[in-house]
Design a protein around this ligand. Sequence first.
Ligand SMILES: C[S@@+](CC[C@H](N)C(=O)[O-])C[C@H]1O[C@@H](n2cnc3c(N)ncnc32)[C@H](O)[C@@H]1O
Length: 291
Amino acid sequence: MTPEELDLVCDLVHDLCGIALDNSKDYLIESRLSRLLDQVQTPTYTDLVRHARGPQGLSLQKEIINSITTQETLFFRDSNPFDAVRFKALPELIDEKSKSFNPKRLRIWSAACSTGQEPYSLAMTLIETIPDIHSWDVSITATDISNEALAKASRGWFPEHEVARGLDQTRRTRFFTPEKDGWKIKDEVRYLLNFQPFNLLKDFSHVGQFDIIFCRNVVIYFNPEDRKRAYLGLTNQLAPNGFLFVGASESLIDLGDRFQPQHHCNTVYYQPNRVLPEFVIANKVKTESGI
Ligand SMILES: C[S@@+](CC[C@H](N)C(=O)[O-])C[C@H]1O[C@@H](n2cnc3c(N)ncnc32)[C@H](O)[C@@H]1O
């Protein structure tokens, strides 16, 4: 791949999904995209980009997204955020909702859900924590930009080695049915979820409002400007008392004082800052000037 072709591919990938690749990633790009050259019967990446940007390019764009995105995930990944949902977010939300017009309505979003392990882990956490869950109006919206990842997530079937990553025997037998060479998620879990395609860099206006949002291990691939844009979109969809969980190496620092980091169960989650920004600024000035 020539340096010019590398630039063309990096620009295309950024336009499609926000992933910021630089010139040092030529090996990764070639290893993930070279098979598409054969598929569209073209010898050059310049042609591949031209096809993808052309009027018939939609299906090739999807293939590029499926190939270039990293779908690494596992059940109960990093475990602490799921403990914070169980011991902090759900008890608080249940208490608040008991005083509201919709005492049993919960809306949860796993944004960038990959092949489904994260939203299924959230569903298992809910079932384990709320004994009468089936009388609740619960919906876990699970979205991703990759249609291939979503198709697998929606099917709810996982091979043995994936089930072995993060699930103990008790959860396996409670929430899955063994099938040939793999495990199928039970209907009592599956029916809590709905899967939809969504690009975190597009319009959020139709998405709705959520009590809990998980958006983990995706914005690390974005540049700072896109990262901020995605977080702003997400935070606008968070209910006033909602909980936003990001990846262990991610933070909302770019959004300034609007969101407060909270610590619980060895993890950090974010909530809208209920203290007026003016008050925060005044306090900072006081502290810094030693008043
Ligand atoms: C590493 S996985 C993280 C999965 C899960 N959240 C976790 O932490 O285990 C990153 C996912 O982000 C998705 N992704 C990448 N760019 C995206 C975008 N612009 N909008 C939505 N999803 C995106 C990828 O398709 C991939 O499934």
